[in-house]
Design a protein around this ligand. Structure first.
Ligand code: FAD
Length: 542
């Protein structure tokens, strides 16, 4: 794939595109797939790694957002609620159904009646049917469902359907699928200045992070999907007037499963009126999130000690037997919500709806929105691109096709097939004496391609865990545009968050493979190692 990246860089230089997208988060990736599938000659540039912005820092839920009901965002809840089932169908190994437990606490945000009506409405808007519909639980049933809940003041619970995913993997699968449909997607390629023709946007300059070389990329339409950086690019095009972005920071922490062994994902009240998620995942449980105004450098966003302590206090209030402390926090992540500013509202009250701005030069910018709604957001943007192409270049484009394009080259039919496949992986990982959580990990990250990764594991010369790591890496280097160690540890595998001990333990082993692949000298090796050690520090030391 690094060879493919070089070829793509050349194509950026030599071709003229129908559409150029700036930003390789889930929004940009979704737009690239939609446009390429409609037959548009499409390019996407991402200044760092794909999904390195907000799209690897979310709560990793494909959800309608129960709390938006309280803010009467009925349209948003309906749209993203319905999208859940579609995205699940497109990638059932990656977007998995997960029941969420809402404990009802005396004096909490939702009493029994409000929970019952709210969850019914939530299901109704999302079109949830049959056994997936919400079920109200007595106190006893809630405790059976999750024995670690605080018993004091617990009145019962509501159990309802959500989906969980991995945001960075969802982004990379969109990128890979877009590439299969002919899109040219390049990471570590930064958009600089715009090109104009007769006062209309005609592409932009792009700089390769590794060589510093600059290219002028020509395109009939340009979309700015730069997430928290959307206004920076709007500003380069034209002074931003009227609506603008507001960045709200959200932090998550990860503890080992044995320190918070939840049976079940929980969405719960914390003192002070906010609500948090606690979600079990493979060998860990993660807790989040905060929602506070952010003023610093959006390229450097990490959890601070007071934010970690806030989440620990919230978790301890709901799961007092766990008695979590700072020492239990294995890893963390922090991201920025690119919200549309609303006068007089707190970060938590501002709408999560997406908005599209079209500048007088024709730059289309999209901001706000949710991971869950990326496909519909992409459809709206590509519809506008089609209008521009028709009006300005006389081209006609077909309708959106992405509701039927699986996000895998070897897709599963449904969740049942995924479960059978995962079971077969479990047998093989057990034969290799790997911990059981690896079967889920491999299935969720790589889908059916986990087969080819496991096939090559050879435990004769090195321990199985190392051989697995080596084969995961060679898969990601070959198929997933990995250029730096963090691309692999953080965004292709999630190990930086959910299995940090394995990263610490095998860092040198993995870096030596990078060194061979990219012919790094010892100086570059040390530089990359220091960068990884600094990243590990940022996510784990407070
Ligand atoms: P980003 O992912 O930030 O992508 C923008 C990209 O543009 C970046 O990768 C950046 O490097 C690139 N870029 C910037 N400038 C340039 C340039 N000059 N040249 C090239 N590239 C450039 N949504 C849900 O549905 N479910 C959730 O559970 C959920 N939880 C969340 C929790 C938190 C804490 C946060 C912060 C958000 C959450 N969201 C959730 C919202 C969701 O994560 C975002 O809506 C989504 O990831 C935004 O994606 P994006 O592509 O617009 O932005």
């Amino acid at each position: 794939m690094s060879a493919q990246r070089l070829e793509f860089l050349q194509q950026l230089n030599q071709n003229s595109f129908d559409l150029l997208i700036i930003g390789g988060g889930v929004t940009g990736a979704g737009i690239a797939l939609d446009a390429a599938a409609r037959g548009l000659k499409t390019a996407l540039v991402e200044k760092r790694d794909f999904a390195s912005g907000t799209s690897s820092k979310s709560t990793k839920l494909i959800h309608g957002g129960l709390r938006y009901l309280k803010q009467f965002e009925i349209g948003l809840v309906r749209e993203v609620g319905r999208e859940r089932a579609i995205v699940h169908r497109l990638a059932p190994h990656l977007v998995k159904s997960e029941k969420m437990l809402l404990p009802i606490i005396r004096g909490g945000t939702y009493n029994r009646l409000a929970s019952s009506i709210g969850l019914w409405l939530y299901d109704f808007l999302a079109g949830v049917r049959g056994n997936d519909r919400r079920r109200m639980l007595t106190r006893q049933q809630a405790l059976q469902q999750e024995p670690l809940l605080r018993k004091e003041d617990l009145m019962g619970g509501g159990l309802y359907a959500e989906y969980r995913t991995d945001d960075a993997r969802l982004t990379i699968e969109n990128i890979k699928t877009a590439v299969r449909h002919g899109a040219v997607c390049v990471n570590y390629a930064k958009a600089g200045h715009f090109l104009y023709q007769k006062g209309r946007i005609a592409g932009c300059t792009v700089t390769d992070h590794f060589t510093g070389e600059q290219t002028a990329v020509k395109a009939s339409c340009t979309v700015n999907a730069a997430g928290p950086w959307v206004d920076d690019l709007r500003q380069i095009d034209h002074p931003v007037k009227g609506k603008h972005l507001f960045l709200s920071k959200g932090v998550h922490i990860v503890v080992p499963a044995e320190r918070l062994p939840l049976r079940q994902a929980v969405y719960f009240d914390v003192p002070g009126g906010r609500m948090l998620f606690a979600i079990p995942r493979q060998r860990a449980t993660y807790i989040g999130t905060t929602d506070t105004a952010f003023k610093g450098d959006p390229n450097q966003v990490f959890a601070q000690k007071d934010e970690v302590e806030y989440l620990l206090a919230g978790a301890n209030a709901m799961f007092p037997d766990a008695g979590l402390t700072l020492n239990d926090v294995e890893s963390s992540w922090a991201g920025l919500r690119p919200l549309i500013y609303e006068e007089g509202k707190s970060p938590g009250e501002m709408s999560r709806k997406d908005e599209i701005f079209i500048s007088q030069t024709g730059l289309i910018s999209i901001a706000g929105g949710k991971l869950t709604g990326y496909r519909k957001m992409a459809e709206r943007v590509v519809n506008l691109v089609s209008e521009q192409l028709k009006k300005e270049h006389g081209r006609t484009t077909g309708p959106c096709l992405t509701a039927k394009i699986p996000l895998s080259s070897t897709p599963f039919r449904d969740a049942g097939e995924v479960a059978v496949f995962q079971e077969s992986l479990l047998k093989r990982t057990r034969n290799l004496q790997l911990p059981d959580h690896y079967a889920v990990y491999l299935c969720e990250n790589f889908g059916r391609d986990a087969n080819s990764i496991l096939e090559k594991v050879n435990a004769a010369e090195v321990p199985a865990e190392l051989s697995l790591l080596e084969n995961e890496l060679s898969y990601c280097l070959e198929h997933e545009f990995v250029m730096k160690p963090a691309d692999f540890f953080e965004r292709r595998t999630g190990r930086l968050y959910f299995n940090l001990p394995s990263v610490r333990e095998h860092l040198d082993f993995v870096l030596r493979i990078f060194q061979r692949k990219f012919a790094w000298d010892e100086g570059r090796f040390r530089q990359e190692k220091n960068a990884m050690l600094a990243l590990i520090d940022h996510v784990s030391r407070f």
